[in-house]
Ligand binder design. Sequence first.
Ligand code: PGA
Length: 242
Amino acid sequence: MKKLIAGNWKMNGSLAANEALLTGIKSGLASVASPCDVAVCAPGIYLPQVRSLLSGSDVAWGAQDVSAHESGAYTGEISGAMLREFACRYALVGHSERRQYHGETDVVVAAKAQRALAFGVTPIVCVGESLTVVKRQLAAVIHAVGHCVSEVVVAYEPVWAIGTGRTATPAQAQEVHAVLRAQLAAACSRGSGPRILYGGSMNAANATELLAQPDIDGGLIGGAALKVPDFLSIIEAASAAR
Ligand code: PGA
């Protein structure tokens, strides 16, 4: 399976900066031989711009969240149907910043994953923290989505590694990924199961070693996704790692 490199822009960007970033990524990607899968998860308000800049390219796009509700009186939220209307391929759900600052529980995150799937948007379900917590977070999603679990993407992001420049060692990350792989395999009756991305200070310097681990299927990239050369280096490492 191809690796997936997904950028999480968080609350960064502007019309001008997004255009420069996406133009740079598209032109850099054109010279990568058999590239990995690539996506960017942009702030909701920029999805129309991102869609128009990326349509017809090899870069997919997605949102950073999706509502657990279908429609109605939920001020400020964006529904799965709206994401689909803007051709979002992915939606992050349960990022640790949302769990921490917006009080999202395992149940809410699982409902969001379910809602995304119902609208044909692939949820990138983020889990973090200790092994016990990570297993509990994933169990909630498996419980909610049932056999559809093979259609999600999972991102393991140790909270202490996010935006800190401190990365899990390849061996530490592999150990957790292997546990998650086993948990997912037990829930998936068919196929090879979801891709499991690593996130947390992945950068041009450490990507090759992390992506060489057998159970690391790609990366969820924060800070380094905002710089064209850094993001392209990670894409190159993932493309070569296949
Ligand atoms: P980082 O963020 O790469 O800046 O550590 C990753 C994330 O939060 O998804």
